[in-house]
Write a protein of this length. Structure first.
Length: 163
């Protein structure tokens, strides 16, 4: 591997680490879920493809907002009160409701992002987090959106500092 590749890899890896570490500190200090799976792909895109259309603030914030809204709608319409666990029962109505909720959430997110031109693939993970009952409350949806906004602001600052 060339020196230039090693340097780029180190810069990109550090960028991801800085972005997610700040939210990790918020989780540790608050005990609230400000760090969740779909932030990883968003941070990765910021670090490795910062000029990609999917990395514009409008698409990042809008895509995750669509994902939260679609997940909340699907979950509370189809599977409210059911939570995904490692011990889901095969063939059980609750298991079916969660599966349907997850599928509907991603479908709604897809159409919502297409209709609003807020296409950001990691938002499909956000909608599953909500639609499968992992973070299904309005409060948790708000936390997700605040965390995404913090990530976007951090990315802008890190990009300016290290440009």
């Amino acid at each position: 591997m060339s020196h230039e590749n090693r340097t780029a890899w180190a810069r990109q890896t550090g960028h991801v680490g800085v972005l997610l570490s700040a939210l990790g500190v918020v989780v540790w200090a608050s005990g609230l879920p400000f760090l969740f799976p779909s932030l990883g792909p968003t941070a990765y895109l910021y670090a490795t493809r910062p000029s990609a259309p999917a990395c514009t603030p409008r698409r990042v914030l809008g895509g995750h907002a669509v994902g939260v809204a679609a997940g909340l709608l699907a979950y509370h319409t189809v599977a409210g009160g059911v939570v995904i666990t490692a011990s889901m029962t095969a063939g059980a109505p609750g298991t079916l409701r969660l599966a349907v909720s997850g599928v509907v959430a991603v479908m709604l997110t897809t159409v919502g992002m297409l209709a609003t031109d807020t296409r950001h693939a990691p938002a499909c993970a956000t909608t599953l987090i909500v639609g499968l009952g992992i973070l299904p409350s309005l409060r948790e949806g708000g936390i997700i959106l605040v965390a995404v906004a913090v990530l976007a602001v951090e990315h802008a600052l890190v990009s300016r500092l290290f440009a």
